[in-house]
Design a protein around this ligand. Structure first.
Ligand SMILES: [Zn+2]
Ligand SMILES: [Zn+2]
Length: 126
């Protein structure tokens, strides 16, 4: 069974051919910008297992940990879809809110908590 998702304007769609098992919340300062709030939420999949249709744009920039972070978004509406990092060449991180059914997400942990904002409350056990 494949899992589908896409941007808010509908011009970019993707299909994931992988069972989604893992995910995380990221409170890094880039994710604060990208999400427009305190964190991003991602599912982790293999890059080979996602097929994207539509004209996406990619913004590459140096992450605070030194890796190059590629932020892939819809070229029409700007909706964030996928992040990739040079630190993990085989996997990518799909923005949970872009999934057609974001309720399948189970956050496993919170990363970059040290840059988290006091009002951005996440599960204290993760
Ligand atoms: Zn769009
Ligand atoms: Zn982040």
């Amino acid at each position: 069974m494949s899992i589908a998702g896409g941007c808010i304007c509908g011009k970019c769609r993707y299909e994931i051919d992988e069972e989604i098992t893992g995910g995380f919340l990221c409170q890094c300062t880039d994710c604060q910008k990208i999400s427009g709030t305190g964190h991003s939420a991602f599912v982790v999949i293999k890059r080979n297992n996602i097929a994207v249709k539509g004209s996406v744009k990619t913004d590459d920039r140096k992450h605070e940990n030194g890796n190059i972070l590629s932020h892939i978004f819809c070229g029409e509406c700007g909706n964030p879809l996928i992040n990739q990092t040079s630190g993990y060449e085989e996997i990518c991180f799909v923005h949970v809110g872009s999934l057609d059914d974001p309720s399948i997400f189970k956050p496993g942990r919170v990363v970059h908590r040290q840059s988290g904002l006091s009002w951005d409350l996440n599960d204290p056990e993760s």
